[in-house]
Design a protein around this ligand. Structure first.
Ligand code: ZN
Length: 104
């Protein structure tokens, strides 16, 4: 039995019932399958796939930035904003995805 609530992390009294006194969640069931730091189970493969997907998104974003930059050079602001915006969104999304999967 852990001495801290699995849901809110509050310290539990020595004698506890089935519910946390702070957040009143059930103590006998874990909140979600979050592995403790250090013991990383079989999440390595999916994290690799997520990182690869993020990398591909960033690559696509970079590729989309090129025509956007070309349009910018030729003074075509509408095209530059549209294509560049998509590229920037892909890069940001990819970086977010990659960072999120790397942290797990
Ligand atoms: Zn709690």
């Amino acid at each position: 039995m852990s001495t801290h609530c699995q849901h809110c992390g509050n310290k539990l009294p020595w004698v506890v019932d089935a519910f946390c006194p702070s957040c009143s969640n059930r103590l006998d069931e874990p909140p979600s399958p979050v592995a403790p730091a250090g013991a990383a189970p079989a999440a390595g493969k999916s994290a690799g796939v997520g990182a690869l997907l993020g990398l591909l998104m960033m690559l696509g974003g970079v590729l989309a930035l090129f025509p956007g930059a070309l349009s910018l050079v030729s003074g075509n602001w509408g095209d530059a904003l549209y294509t560049g915006g998509v590229g920037v969104a892909l890069i940001i999304g990819g970086a977010f995805w990659k960072g999120r999967s790397a942290r797990r």
